[in-house]
Design a protein around this ligand. Sequence first.
Ligand code: SF4
Length: 363
Amino acid sequence: MVPKKDIKSLYRDELAEHMAERGEPSYRTDQIMEWLYERLAESFDDMSNLPMILRQHLPKDFELNAVRALRTRRATDSTEKFLFELHDGSLVETVLIPATPGLTSRSDRVTLCISTQVGCAYRCAFCASGLDGVKRNLSAAEIVDQVVQVRRRSDERIDNIVVMGMGEPLANYDNLMRALRIINAPWGLGIGARKITVSTVGLVPRIKALAAEPMQIRLAVSLHGTTDDVRHKIMPVNKKHPLSELIEACRYYRTKSGRMMTFEYILIDGVNDGLDQAQRLGEIASDLRAKVNLIPYNEVAGLPLRRPDAGRCKAFQRMLKTHGVTATLRREKGDKIAAACGQLRLQHTADEEGAADVANGSR
Ligand code: SF4
């Protein structure tokens, strides 16, 4: 038997081709797209302006829902966490974050942080997502459906998407880009490309590939160290793509795409929070005209790393400012859950006790 396709992995043209093969008029494609991405249909049966025979046919060829909401929890800091089950029983998390200064260019916007892999292969020292390695890539539909399902369940309008959940987005490049095109398309979820930020630990060839993409998405590079010895200690990816290569790729990206970029920098006590690192980060960011997001580390039981005190964080930020670099120091409230790809999952665990179940969803 031919496996069914996830309908949310299809571009409009691909669905149109399927409709044409069935002899359906072309406006049926637009009707279905509207049901998928505007009216957020939960079943093909809901698509009430389609003829009954088509409504009965669609589930034979397509899956409608790629992820199933198991649980929604509102944390004490007003972020809202969605736990999704995939068809193979794997779990991923998606977080809705209200008002997050420093994460995006506007401070009064709602941001959704989405996942792209089950687990992660990169084993950053500050992150739980990499502890068990990577299980698999998410399909494009599984990425898109996180946004659809949150829209369906939340009263909040989603203004920004950050691809900083579980996994390294650029390690799942093709599915990621397909998903982002659907999220961005006027016939899809219609979220502006400049409102979408993709984060990476520094996969050099993929940063260069991203530079050639016509979509104006934003890039955030998780730097977390400005010398190879510091980066080696906390980010094993640095052995494959050392700092000099990464900076060269960032320069290529800036020049080729003309787009601004951001460096994410988790401040970890005694590891990467010295003024020598700040000085070097100031030089790198100033040279690339990049913005810096400083994220004081969120301590989590089980990992030996510590958060620097507020004075050290401020001194680090001041040093960046002397280089003329725009540097945001994340506030505690609301920001902690979305600190970085792996930090997200860590913080979820830490928030469990203070969280309250607010809803149960179904596929
Ligand atoms: S921080 Fe990101 S890239 Fe590093 S292990 Fe965690 S999920 Fe993977």
